[in-house]
Design a protein around this ligand. Structure first.
Ligand SMILES: NC(=O)c1ccc[n+]([C@@H]2O[C@H](COP(=O)([O-])OP(=O)(O)OC[C@H]3O[C@@H](n4cnc5c(N)ncnc54)[C@H](O)[C@@H]3O)[C@@H](O)[C@H]2O)c1
Length: 340
């Protein structure tokens, strides 16, 4: 079978990871890269055998023969760039969050459908070992009724993380911490327990000079009837403390956590004792001064290749990716801001 041809737009923290992952994937070819930052662009091109590079991504779309365009630019560009790539007949893999509004996601899905191309969203946490195991337990009904779920994203982002970026911390460009730090967690919650049908929330900005919240708390209801609570912050002192989900079920209690859902912290399930001889811990993406979430991008690329070529693989298409944006939009729309 032919190798699948990828072009990467945006060579920042996560774009560089896409480039490395595509380059290492035996069934993929890296065909071109784009970034408006000339230094980063040339450096990345030289690192990867002088792969063709474009400062203007439209020039890439016009001239490069590729199956996929990976959109790895800031959130506010996801919709515009996805629509443009689709207009050139390209399939798209867009980084999370899919976009900054439900309406934008709908436009992206409609355009992909109309053009007959694929639109996938990066949700690499779905491949985390503890997450996969938990999904099996839920799918086989071993927890019985799930009463409650508690999600804690208690992380540190230093002020420079925002100051050194032209888009982070800005309301119109980043949207809020739910889109950036919490969207992976919300994706898992709606995947497991259904769409969010009700919410109340409070937001505050306690420790950063930014336009968005750095502390938030939401009480939510899923359409399965499960009650949920999400507590999130980027204000934890010094370093990431915890990224966890605790599930309270009729026949079991599970907490998956560590700093980024990479570890099983607690497991007490009547019909599924934990096999302790297995290693369940995943590794994080490292971005210089801060740690991100899990480093499972190779699985994302591997599975979309399978899906694209053989209609198999576990993937998140745009029609699924929109669900976490619906939940985020609902939480923000119900939130009371107590920002000074
Ligand atoms: N899946 C994950 O765990 C994960 C992790 C990190 C980031 N992300 C997502 O990836 C996206 C990018 O985040 P980041 O941390 O890499 O940001 P970043 O600021 O480090 O990188 C963004 C890059 O896009 C480039 N860019 C901006 N406008 C452009 C344009 N018009 N054409 C080409 N390039 C352009 C910038 O120059 C920069 O190099 C965000 O949406 C973020 O949520 C996902």
């Amino acid at each position: 079978m032919d190798k699948v041809k990828f072009a990467i737009v945006g060579c920042g923290s996560i774009g560089r990871r896409h480039i490395a992952v595509v380059d290492a994937e035996p069934n993929a070819t890296l065909t071109a890269i784009s970034d408006i930052n000339q230094n980063v662009l040339v450096e990345q091109s030289e690192l990867y055998n002088n792969v063709p590079h474009y400062e203007n991504y439209e020039d890439l779309l016009k001239t490069v023969d590729c199956d996929f365009v990976n959109i790895c630019t800031p959130h506010y560009l996801h919709k515009e760039m996805t629509l443009k790539a689709i207009s050139y007949g390209k399939n798209v893999l867009v980084e999370k969050p899919m976009a900054l509004s439900v309406q934008d996601c709908e436009e992206m899905n409609n355009a992909a459908h109309k053009a007959g191309v694929k639109l996938y969203v990066v949700k690499q946490n779905r491949y985390n070992t503890p997450v996969r195991l938990l999904k099996q337990v839920l799918d086989t009904g071993r927890l019985g009724q799930v009463y409650m779920v508690k999600c804690d994203v208690l992380w540190n982002r230093y002020q420079g993380y925002y100051d050194e970026s032209p888009w982070r911390g800005k309301k119109s460009l980043e949207g809020g911490a739910l889109f950036t730090q919490v969207s992976h967690f919300i994706d898992l919650l709606v995947w497991w327990f259904g769409d969010v049908v009700d919410a109340t929330a409070h937001l505050d900005t306690q420790s950063h000079q930014i336009e968005i919240e750095d502390c938030g708390n939401a009480s939510i209801v899923f359409d399965s009837g499960t009650l949920g609570n999400i507590t999130w912050t980027t204000s934890v002192y010094s370093k990431n403390y915890e990224g966890s989900i605790t599930i309270i079920g009729e026949k079991g209690t599970i907490k998956i956590g560590g700093k980024y859902l990479n570890k099983i912290e607690y497991w007490d399930v009547e019909a599924w004792p934990l096999d302790t001889s297995i290693e369940y811990t995943d590794k994080p993406n490292l971005y210089g001064k801060y740690q991100g979430t899990s480093s499972n991008h190779p699985f994302v690329i591997e599975h979309i290749i399978q899906n694209f070529q053989q209609n198999s693989g576990e993937v998140v298409e745009g029609t699924e990716g929109i669900r976490s944006i619906k939940a985020i939009e609902m939480i923000y729309s119900r939130a009371k801001s107590i920002m000074k």
